[in-house]
Design a protein around this ligand. Structure first.
Ligand code: SF4
Ligand code: SF4
Length: 108
């Protein structure tokens, strides 16, 4: 019977260390979250603050037109890359119009 060996502390990748520029882009942070941000495209005024403040470049600026209920058409739509998002909530804190809601992460 084979035994499954867990990694020791020296073998686990340290979470808080950036070893080289951009290295955190390769980390899948999906499992870190207890809450995830959800952007309401109707409330969003496309100010870009969430994109600027997100520490993990998890806010995507997508060239996808959106027309709101008042008939205003925006060229861009902001979305979340949930593979990069760690659920810190900074984007929701910084959004000036409360267009980002932190909702509980669903456990499969
Ligand atoms: S919750 Fe944090 S990591 Fe996720 S998109 Fe918002 S600012 Fe970025
Ligand atoms: S901070 Fe809020 S209003 Fe500004 S782009 Fe992000 S979601 Fe939209």
């Amino acid at each position: 019977m084979s035994e499954t060996r867990l990694p020791t502390w020296t073998e686990v990748t340290p979470g808080g260390i950036v070893r080289e520029p951009g290295s955190t882009l390769r980390l899948d942070k999906n499992g870190w979250r207890v809450e995830k941000p959800v952007i309401d495209p109707e409330k969003c005024v496309r100010c870009r603050l969430c994109w600027i403040y997100c520490p993990d470049t998890a806010i995507l600026e997508v060239e996808e037109p959106y027309t709101n209920s008042k008939g205003r058409t925006y060229k861009l739509t902001y979305k979340v890359d949930y593979d990069r998002c760690k659920g810190c909530g900074i984007c929701a804190e910084e959004c000036p119009v409360d267009a980002i809601e932190m909702v509980p992460e669903e456990v499969a």
